[in-house]
Structures are given as structure tokens and as C-alpha cells.
Design a protein around this ligand. Structure first.
Ligand code: NAD
Length: 484
């Protein structure tokens, strides 16, 4: 990996304002693989100034088709370097190579493609009949946006913010996490390559203090934040006080309900990638598996078989399904949850520690707890690692109640022989997205976000685009007719 000494500000590679740096540490070798500048407050000021100039410049005035063309170009340029992006993300945060090309990169270009398609037909101007006569309802760029990115799916989450911003015509400043700044440098390079109008995008890797400075910046109108619920509350409070537009995509503790008519042989192998993907470092991970008491042993056996067979090791080796966790502190956090599970009386069925034979790297064994009560800490708190619980339930209503007994409400799934029965369960679970016998619990063209402490607002789809737009009503004279 290449070290860097510049920042991408308003379409230029510039020297940073401070000498602060970020060491990127491989979670597999525990060695520093690159050093990059850490953006400071003066860099944020410069990026906001460039973004304000871009807001007045040509890009926001482009027609929808031209904005769509830019988004398509960006998707193509990322796609052309997809393996490099995937390898970089695997190197900086340990996402297994078996997943990173699809989960980290193609999912990101698919987000761009879906916004390029959407923007061509989105009603940016609508003539309506008002109470006094005709009105024109217009959607305009929200202003300068900031996108705050977590380390677990850095490129994908960046696109959840960048794609609607470009679709709306809003300049955006992205803040990658200090753990994963390197893919942001590749992104800056491809934005340069395609020649996107200057000022539309800045990329400033930094920690939470500079992140908070960005959120508070008076020149910023909109914040798209993805991260922990604790940090999201802070960001939401600042935005509330300053009346900034904000979208918060936060944590989850999603329940996969296995109904008594499920075909376990066919459906558990579909469910399990949703539970363990990206080393369990996924906000939508289905970490609570709810099993009917009548078939509890069968579900436990089927789940345990998959967890036992899950290969752990070098994330660059495509035969491994689980790599190391992002940081030493994350491994300690996950191990401490395993201790809590044991202490609170859950039964450890598989794993539970550091894998044998891997002396280096922040690994945790894929771990399964059974006989878990939903009140236990491991069933209530987001662990963000490869640790699953199987929880018994007595009836369908009981399963729905357990799924809903959570501060979170991000995602969930149901596994059944009867799709209509599954949809009925889906209607009763209070989460922002849900899967019925589906390989994914979110769809890249449909709104994504959380109920309850999982966040506010939605990304993706027309709702995700609307989050980067302001609505203006223009009241017209009573005899006005729009030009045909
Ligand atoms: P985190 O909250 O520690 O950090 C996320 C980002 O926010 C980082 O860029 C960080 O520097 C920044 N940040 C932290 N405090 C801030 C503040 N006060 N002001 C401005 N910026 C601040 O989370 P993390 O550990 O990087 O990521 C893991 C979390 O993200 C998990 O809880 C996970 O569920 C959540 N997540 C949610 C989604 C979703 O779409 N709902 C997707 C991915 C990850």
C-alpha cells in the first residue's frame, strides 16, 4: 500500500494544513502498511469554501441526464479498478477477499448505477393544483453536504452519500474513518480521472474531533452520518440545535426468525451469510437467530454445522470466509461480550476465543451461543463480530415480540415455507428493512435505514435522493399554464 502526503480538497491534491498523520495498520499482520495525513480544521474550511463555490458553479445547474452521466462515469471508473479497491479494503480492515469484491466494491458501483437510473426520471419539478391556483414544486440541492463514513464498508457507505449528492447537485465532503483512509485515496484518483467538476467532492480522513468540526461548520447544510448509535446521538443533537438536515444510519441487532415450516437444509445456508458476512462487522448482520421450541435442536444443529465449517484466517486468501477484526480494541470488545455471554448463562456451542494457530492478527473464532435469553447482554447489544445467538420461542407472536424487544430496529428476516406468512411477520416487526427468504435484507434501489435507535431518515431509492434536496413551492398566478 502506498503512503500519501496530500489531501483531496475540492478536486485538487493539496498539502495538508497540519503535520498530523494516520498510521493504517493491517489487522492481519499488525504492521503499519501506509501513513496518510490526518485532515485538520483548516482543511475542512478549505473544502467547505471549494464546495460553496461549486454550489454556485456549473454542476448543480446541469440537467438530470448530464448528472446521471457523471454518476455512470464514476461507476465505470471504480469498476475498472474494482480489484484494486477490494484488495485495498481487505488490507486496511480485514474484509475477507471472498466477500470484498462483491460486498465492498460491486455493491458500491451498483448504488451509483441505481442513482444514475433514478435521477433520469425523478420529478425535480412538478406542476400541481394548489388551493389558490397552480403551484410549481421544485426540488433543489440541499447545499453543501458532509458524509461521515465508518470503517466496515467504507466505499459502499461513501456511495450511499456521494451518489445521491451528485444526483441532487449537492457538493459533498467525505470523511473516511481513520482505520480506512486508503480506499478514499483511490476514490479521489478516479474522480480526478473522470474530470468531475472541481469542488463537488473533497475527501478528508480524520477522527471524531475533526468530524464534529465538519458537522458544526456553518457552511454545511446536510450531514449524512453512518456509525455507532452513541456517535449518531451526538451528531443528531448538533444538527438539531443548528437546524441542519441529517440522516443517521446507526447500529443494529437484527433477528432472523426461523418459522416452524422452514426448510432448514435449504434455508439455513441462505441465512448464514447474512449473519457472518464481513467478519460479523455489518450493521444488518442477523445475529439473533430465533428458533421455534418444537424444532430448536434441529435449528441449533444446522446453524452449528455452518459456524464450525466457517474458515478463518488470512483475509487475502479467498478460501477463508472470516478474516481478522478491524482493530485490537475491536477484538477485545468482542471477546468481552463472549465473556458476558458465558457469565450470564448462555451455552457456548462453537468457538468462543481466539483461533488456534493464528498468533498474529486480530482474530476471533466464529462463535455460537445457544439457550440464549433475549434479555442477556449478548442478545441486546451490538457486538460487531462473528458471534451469534440462537434464541428459542414458543409461538409466532412470541417470535415477533422477541424480535421487537430491542432498542434497535435496522433489519431482520424470516425463513418460512410460506412467503405470505413471512410477509405477515415482516409487517409486524419494527425495522426499516426486512427479508422474506431473501439472500439480502436490503435492496439497493429501495429505502434503507432504521427504526428506533438504528437511526433517522433513509438512504437509497427516491427517499435517499430526497434527503439531499430541499423542496421549494412557487405559487403562480391563477391563469398560469405551464409551457407545453
Ligand atoms: P463510530 O461511530 O465510532 O464512527 C463512525 C464514523 O463517525 C467515523 O468516521 C468516526 O470518525 C465518526 N465520528 C465518531 N464520532 C463523531 C462525532 N462526534 N462527530 C462526527 N463524527 C464522528 O462507528 P464505527 O466503529 O466506525 O462503525 C461501526 C458502527 O457503525 C456500528 O455501530 C455499525 O452498526 C454502524 N454502521 C451502521 C450502518 C447503517 O447503515 N446503519 C452501516 C455500517 C455501520
Amino acid at each position: 500500500m502506498t503512503s500519501r502526503d496530500t489531501l483531496y480538497v475540492g478536486g485538487e491534491w493539496v498539502k495538508p494544513s497540519t503535520t498530523n498523520t494516520i498510521d493504517v495498520i493491517s489487522p492481519f499482520t499488525e504492521e503499519v502498511i501506509a501513513t496518510v495525513p490526518e485532515a485538520g480544521e483548516a482543511d475542512v474550511d478549505r473544502a467547505v469554501e471549494a464546495a460553496q463555490a461549486a454550489l454556485a458553479g456549473p454542476y448543480p445547474q446541469l440537467g438530470a441526464d448530464e448528472r446521471a452521466d457523471w454518476i455512470t462515469k464514476l461507476s465505470g471508473a471504480i469498476g475498472a479498478r474494482s480489484q484494486e479497491f477490494a484488495d485495498t479494503i481487505t488490507a486496511e480492515m480485514g474484509s475477507p477477499a471472498s466477500w470484498s469484491l462483491m460486498g465492498q466494491v460491486f455493491s458500491a458501483t451498483m448504488v451509483l448505477d441505481s442513482f444514475a437510473e433514478l435521477v433520469r426520471t425523478f420529478p425535480f419539478e412538478e406542476h400541481r393544483a394548489g388551493a389558490f391556483g397552480p403551484v410549481l414544486v421544485r426540488k433543489e440541492p440541499v447545499g453543501v453536504a458532509v458524509g461521515i463514513i465508518p470503517w466496515n464498508v467504507p466505499l459502499f457507505v461513501a456511495m450511499l452519500k456521494l451518489a445521491p449528492a451528485l444526483a441532487a447537485g449537492a457538493p459533498i465532503i467525505l470523511k473516511p474513518s481513520p482505520e480506512t483512509p486508503l480506499d478514499g485515496y483511490l476514490l479521489g484518483e478516479v474522480i480526478d480521472e473522470i474530470g468531475l467538476p472541481k469542488g463537488m467532492v473533497s475527501i478528508l480522513p480524520a477522527g471524531r474531533e475533526v468530524g464534529e468540526y465538519m458537522v458544526r461548520h456553518p457552511g454545511v447544510s446536510k450531514v449524512g452520518f453512518t456509525g455507532s448509535t452513541a456517535a449518531g446521538r451526538k451528531v443528531g443533537a448538533i444538527c438539531g440545535e443548528m437546524l441542519k438536515r441529517v440522516t443517521l444510519e446507526l447500529g443494529g441487532k437484527s433477528a432472523a426468525i426461523v418459522l416452524d415450516d422452514a426448510d432448514l437444509a435449504a434455508q439455513i445456508p441462505l441465512l448464514m451469510p447474512n449473519a457472518l458476512m464481513n467478519n460479523g462487522e455489518a450493521c444488518v448482520a442477523q445475529t439473533r437467530i430465533l428458533a421455534p421450541r418444537s424444532r430448536y435442536g434441529e435449528v441449533v444443529d444446522a446453524v452449528a454445522e455452518v459456524v464450525k465449517a466457517t474458515t478463518v484466517g488470512d483475509p487475502t486468501d479467498p478460501s477463508n470466509a472470516v478474516g481478522p477484526l478491524v482493530a485490537e480494541r475491536q477484538r477485545e470488545r468482542v471477546l468481552s461480550y463472549i465473556d458476558k455471554g458465558n457469565a450470564e448463562g448462555a451455552k457456548l456451542a462453537v468457538g468462543g476465543g481466539r483461533p488456534a494457530g493464528l498468533e498474529k492478527g486480530w482474530f476471533v473464532e466464529p462463535t455460537l451461543f445457544v439457550d440464549v435469553d433475549n434479555k442477556m447482554t449478548i442478545a441486546q447489544e451490538e457486538i460487531f463480530g462473528p458471534v451469534l445467538s440462537v434464541i428459542p420461542y414458543d409461538s409466532e407472536a412470541d417470535a415477533v415480540a422477541i424480535a421487537n424487544d430491542s432498542d434497535y430496529g435496522l433489519s431482520g428476516s424470516v425463513w418460512t415455507g410460506d412467503v405470505e406468512r413471512g410477509i405477515d411477520v415482516a409487517r409486524r416487526v419494527r425495522t426499516g428493512t426486512y427479508g422474506v427468504n431473501a439472500f439480502s435484507t436490503l435492496d439497493l434501489k429501495a429505502p434503507f435505514g432504521g427504526f428506533k435507535s438504528s437511526g433517522m431518515g433513509r438512504e437509497l431509492g427516491p427517499e435517499g435522493l430526497s434527503a439531499y434536496l430541499e423542496t421549494k413551492t412557487i405559487v403562480l398566478p391563477g391563469d398560469y399554464t405551464p409551457p407545453s
